[in-house]
Design a binder for this molecule. Structure first.
Ligand SMILES: C[S@@+](CC[C@H](N)C(=O)[O-])C[C@H]1O[C@@H](n2cnc3c(N)ncnc32)[C@H](O)[C@@H]1O
Length: 169
């Protein structure tokens, strides 16, 4: 398969996973966080599918397209390792998140480390039943209380995007 076809498949799976999350999380309280805003393509889709929901974004650089720019106070700029070490930020989001979108793959060696580091730092942000969508396959740690969600039949190219759920007590 060409890299172009592979990329297209992953984007279809990403879009379908966001759509699925919007259906499953309808009527459930909580904010959304997105790690990896870049120019804001997936952010624009989250905005469409979760109207009225607060979405907070994280990236090292502000590369946003003018049509996909988070409002004031909703964009955190810096390295994830630095941002997620901030005690005030940790306290602010603890127990408030219903959906986390982690779209931070670069194709480099950091893909082996950073997605799980982010997940480790935000696991306690998730409400019971919250979903995590990730471009990288995460090795789940018991402390995170997460399980993989099988989306075959709901998401086209389901194996190309990873969906996890925070267990309910
Ligand atoms: C694949 S792009 C995100 C694409 C975006 N979701 C979209 O649909 O337009 C990954 C983004 O993650 C950011 N990123 C990756 N690792 C990071 C890190 N350790 N700290 C901060 N930002 C990081 C990059 O700057 C990049 O903008």
């Amino acid at each position: 398969m060409s890299r172009l076809d592979s990329h297209i498949q992953q984007k279809i799976a990403q879009r379908d996973s966001i759509n699925l999350a919007a259906r499953w999380l309808a009527g459930k309280d909580g904010v959304i966080v997105e790690f990896g805003l870049s120019t804001g393509r997936s952010y624009s889709h989250l905005l469409e599918r979760f109207p009225g929901r607060e979405i907070f974004c994280f990236d090292r650089l502000d590369k946003t397209h003018p049509r996909s720019r988070p409002p004031a106070g909703h964009l955190f700029l810096g390295e994830f390792t630095d941002l997620l070490a901030d005690a005030a930020l940790q306290a602010r989001f603890a127990g408030r998140v219903i959906l986390a979108h982690i779209d931070i793959g670069s194709g480099g060696p950091e893909d082996e480390v950073i997605p799980e580091l982010v997940m480790d730092r935000i696991a306690h942000w998730l409400k019971p039943g919250a979903l995590v969508l990730s471009d990288q396959d995460l090795t789940l740690q018991p402390a995170w209380q997460m399980e993989r969600v099988v989306t075959a039949g709901e998401v086209e190219h389901a194996g190309r995007y990873n969906v996890y759920r925070r267990r309910t007590p």
